[in-house]
Design a protein around this ligand. Structure first.
Ligand code: F6P
Length: 379
């Protein structure tokens, strides 16, 4: 590819989410408008950089992208250049293809790479940065579990979708006097469950961070009944687990850097509650619905701000950093400081205090401070 202008690489890695295309649009526009740079997009996240699959993206590609879900570049949550899965017979072998990755980057004459992704993408980016790749990260994920930023884009849209679903579940719960359990994604972090539970008026919210006990859950349902409320809404994070128990694994994906896929804990809770309370329970698992569709207004704005700042960083030669939101300002943090780490809900988070104040049951004893309960569990 002959080079006349400065050139930026761009990829979208990990599980998709609303707002990826909005970042792509912001990157292309800022690169062209502000710096006269061209943009090369790699297909399917790091897979495309490893296999040298790319296409140029320019102003012709961006109309309509702001509101479009998914990613026009495709993505993969399996392509780690340092442990690249290759099918041999019925099984996978893992090859270190990081040298090829660096070579592909250099031979395309890239000045820098903008890597949009979650913890897996940031972990790979941090390792590649140590090998000399000039990378700026952009934090995405519906889970909102990336360290170093107050919020990832995609999270707000997922909340919006979850809340719309909970609102609908509410009316049928009321009609049938049932306990309705809505299970949401989020992996090992409960941000979606907590945010959607609060915004959707959940009566019980179970998070992966606080192992649940069935007694307070039953008490909450009985209390509501005694107040004439013959139904209850429970919002459950897919990583929720009983005190002393394990998370519910729905499947293992052999060739994925994190093989575990969670899901289904709600069915177990529903069966237990039906037996204990002699009430009807129903389960709705929202799953990938939360990753689909158009980004919310908030996410369009956040994604655009991230994309613009990522290009400014590249133009200034500020590599090895992930753009981040801190106190509503866009800033950046070293990728190496956030790679491979999670941000989870803590007992002192303001949303937890809010939930407690409005009488939400978190599946933990009501007569004991949350911190104390967790300390007892972890002893
Ligand atoms: O990290 C985003 C996420 O949607 C998680 O909430 C969920 O656990 C996981 O990805 C699902 O992964 P997959 O798309 O591979 O099923």
């Amino acid at each position: 590819m002959p080079k006349t202008k400065k050139r930026l690489g761009l990829l979208t890695g990990g599980g998709d989410c609303p707002g990826l295309n909005a970042v792509i649009r912001a990157v292309v526009k800022t690169a062209e408008n502000e710096y006269g740079m061209e943009v090369v997009g790699f297909m399917d996240g790091y897979e495309g950089l490893v296999e040298n699959r790319y296409r140029t993206i320019d102003m012709k590609d961006v109309p309509g992208l702001l509101s479009q879900g998914g990613t026009i570049l495709g993505t993969s949550n399996r392509a780690d250049p340092f442990r690249f899965p290759v099918l041999q017979g019925d099984d996978y072998v893992y090859l270190d293809r990081s040298n090829e990755t660096v070579l592909n980057f250099e031979s395309l004459g890239l000045d820098g790479l903008i890597a949009i992704g979650g913890d897996g993408t940031m972990a790979a980016s941090s390792q590649l940065a140590a090998k000399g790749l000039r990378i700026v990260g952009v934090p995405k994920t519906i889970d909102n579990d990336l360290l170093g930023t107050d919020q990832t884009f995609g999270f707000d849209s997922a909340l919006q979708t979850a809340v719309e679903a909970i609102d609908k579940i509410h009316t049928t719960a009321q009609s049938h006097h049932r306990v309705m359990i809505v299970e949401v994604m989020g992996r090992y972090a409960g941000w979606i469950a907590l945010g959607a539970g609060l915004a959707g008026g959940g009566d019980i919210i179970l998070l992966p961070e606080f192992p649940y006990d069935l007694d307070p859950i039953c008490e909450q349902i009985k209390l509501r009944k005694s107040q004439g409320k013959n139904f209850s809404i429970m919002v459950v994070g897919e990583g929720a687990k009983p005190a002393g128990g394990e998370m519910t694994v729905s499947r293992l994906i052999k060739n994925s850097p994190d093989a575990i896929r969670l899901g289904g804990v709600s069915h177990r809770i529903a069966a237990q509650l039906e037996a204990l309370l002699k009430l009807e329970c129903r389960v709705t698992i929202l799953g990938h619905l939360l990753r689909g569709g158009a980004p919310s207004a908030y996410d369009r704005l956040l994604a655009t701000r991230y994309g613009v700042e990522a290009v400014h960083h590249a133009a200034r030669g500020q590599y090895g950093r992930m753009v981040a939101l801190r106190d509503n300002e866009i800033t950046s943090v070293p990728i190496s400081e956030v790679a491979g780490k999670y941000r989870r809900v803590t007992p002192d988070h303001p949303w937890i205090k809010t939930a407690q104040a409005v009488g939400v049951c978190l599946g933990v004893p009501q007569d004991m401070p949350l911190e104390e309960y967790l300390a007892v569990l972890h002893k």
